[in-house]
Design a protein. Structure first.
Lengths: 287, 307
């Protein structure tokens, strides 16, 4: 085929992203750099920079997304190790491990709430093991729990991709490893793991997980409720998305489209930079 | 395992030593696998049981369950009831929410596959200038916060009557899935060995035939995985659906949340139980779809590998 006609195949994609991404992006940029009368101004960015809640939310978002991505990958690879062994009832285990992926994030926030899972844990530790009740509403408890619930939900995705990659490794490679006397652990570490980390699909999924966790909204929203901030801004668990949601829909000072656009664009810039760095690191590690 | 180093592991003529070690290892592995299964489904099970108002404490009350230093469970009422599930199902909203979500998902995935497969193929395989630029442009746009998109789209949709329509929301959800579809398929196209393309070209097929007859069947498992992933993303998506859908096209996750935010105002035990029933009903179809597609997914891979 003529090399120029390949470019025609890009046109539909450009049409779609032009409508739902480029146009909104340009309009948002315009809204963020103008005040209500359409006069060019930096007022929105100055408002944002003087709001401590914004920086708190930015910190939470960064820590939350990095930690939950790393933990999800670790759990996902652990589960992959189990499933790449010869194990009776493996298919049942595989099906079970995938279940968290089907639970809506907003429901995950409910699952790991103090009155759901932790209520049972409290009952068990108090009445059976004899420990006193512990307080679920301290930062040292709820931050790890939020991060863990995010990882709990998405580790199966890592598992799914890792399994599909390890199924695709030619049998000859395993036979060669076995004939050199590799143990199952060695086979996992030296054959399966490098193949997984080297795969472009896996690298993309990890970066994607980071990007999506940077925009995390539902689990923090649930926890902001358990902490007593229903739609009030300024809760310690606010991520940027939640901060923006509260600013937009629960704000007492009107409908601050300009400030929200400015904050959304700032988040976009930071997420973009983070994703680029992460992709570089993954390429360097995976080769 | 030292002796195994010099011999094939699976030869079956090993002495009893390594084999016993291996069986102990298998038991440990099995224990680990069961623990991991427990970790995966226990929170889900807790929610399903809460929806029935099941609390295990009263069952154990007065019985010898305490270990070191434990206390007696206080007596309470053990009253499991299907009422909350029946209530949630009889609301008529639930089947509508599921149907709406599936329509939106089908429409969005069709759009993104139709638009995305050619781009994935070209950026993975064809040597033309600017192909990486297109791929990375898509990735860059995916890092965009939803709030960048929501406000302008809301304004535009209200103007052109796309607000609360399936077309509008399916287009808006491309923000969520288009990059994912293109990049995942791109990866699957890249993983096909170069030899396949060369062989197909040697047999006189033109590029279009290579794509349709040889490459597409080979990436079918990849397409299934991608579709499954997009479906999960769409089923779970909340923010875009919450702002761009109204009564006519509301999705499950938004529906559960609407019920939840009403319940928050009066956080009684009753509301808690019906919230859990609604949450359980929200994940059950997703679990069924996931398990069904998983089977197809494994079969697809075996076919793809030709064994």
């Amino acid at each position: 085929m003529e090399s120029r006609s390949w470019y025609l195949l890009f046109l539909p994609v450009f049409a779609v992203i032009g409508l739902v991404e480029v146009y909104p992006l340009i309009l948002s940029a315009y809204l963020s750099f103008t005040n209500l009368n359409g006069v060019p101004a930096l007022a929105n960015y100055i408002t944002l920079a003087s709001d401590p809640a914004f920086f708190s939310a930015l910190n939470v978002s960064l820590f939350y997304s990095l930690a939950s991505t790393i933990i999800a990958v670790a759990i996902g690879l652990g589960l992959t190790y189990i499933l790449t062994q010869s194990l009776p009832g493996k298919r049942v285990f595989e099906a079970t491990y995938l279940l968290p992926l089907a639970v809506t994030p907003i429901v995950v926030g409910v699952l790991f709430s103090p009155s759901s899972v932790w209520d049972d844990v409290q009952q068990f530790s108090h009445f059976i093991l004899g420990f006193p009740y512990f307080n679920e509403l301290t930062p040292i408890f709820y931050f790890p729990v939020m991060i863990f619930s995010e990882s709990w939900e998405w580790a199966p995705l890592i598992l799914l991709v890792a399994m599909s990659i390890s199924t695709n490794i030619p049998k000859e490679v395993f036979e060669a490893a076995e004939s050199h006397g590799a143990s199952t652990l060695q086979k996992f570490r030296m054959v399966i793991l490098p193949a997984i980390l080297k795969s472009p699909v896996m690298q993309f999924v990890i970066v994607l997980r980071f990007i999506d966790a940077m925009r995390a909204f539902e689990i923090p929203l649930a926890w902001s409720n358990w902490l007593g901030y229903t739609t009030t801004p300024g809760s310690p668990v606010d991520t940027i998305s939640l901060y923006l949601y509260k600013l937009l829909f629960a704000s007492s000072q009107g409908f601050p489209i300009g400030v929200v656009s400015a904050a959304a664009l700032t988040l976009f810039a930071i997420t973009f930079a983070g994703a680029v760095v992460l992709l570089r690191i993954l390429k360097a590690v995976g080769g | 395992m030292d002796s195994a180093k010099t011999r094939p592991v699976s030869s079956g003529e090993n002495s009893a030593g390594p084999r016993r070690g291996r069986s102990r290892w298998t038991i440990a592995l099995y224990l680990f696998a069961v623990l991991a299964a427990f970790y995966s489904f226990w929170p889900i099970l807790v929610m399903a049981l809460e929806g029935y108002n099941v609390d295990l404490g009263p069952i154990f009350a007065g019985k010898a369950v305490r270990l070191v230093g434990g206390l007696q469970f206080p007596p309470g009422l053990f009253l499991p009831t299907p009422a909350f599930y029946l209530q949630a199902l009889s609301l008529e909203a639930y089947p509508r929410l599921v149907a709406d979500t599936l329509i939106i998902a089908a429409l969005s995935i069709t759009i993104s596959l139709a638009v995305g497969i050619p781009v994935a193929y070209v950026t993975a395989r064809i040597d033309i200038r600017g192909k990486n630029l297109v791929a990375y442009l898509l990735l860059a746009l995916r890092t965009c916060s939803q709030f960048v998109v929501i406000i302008p789209l809301y304004i535009a949709y209200s103007k052109f009557g796309l607000y609360d329509s399936f077309t509008g929301i399916a287009l808006a959800e491309q923000v969520l899935i288009l990059t994912v579809v293109v990049w995942m398929l791109r990866g699957f196209f890249m993983e096909i060995p170069q030899v396949v393309y060369e062989a197909a070209t040697v047999f006189g097929k033109n590029e279009w035939q290579v794509l349709r007859r040889v490459v597409l069947p080979m990436v079918m498992p990849g397409v299934v995985v991608t579709t499954l992933f997009a479906l999960v993303l769409l089923w779970n998506e909340f923010l875009i659906a919450d702002t761009l859908t109204g009564i006519a096209t509301r999705t499950v996750s938004v529906g559960v949340w609407e019920g939840m935010s009403i319940n928050q105002l009066s956080f009684s035990a009753l509301a808690w139980d019906s919230l859990n029933a609604a949450g359980t009903l929200a994940y059950i179809p997703a679990i069924i779809v996931l398990l069904l597609v998983r089977r197809y997914f494994a079969r697809g891979f075996r076919l793809g590998l030709g064994s």
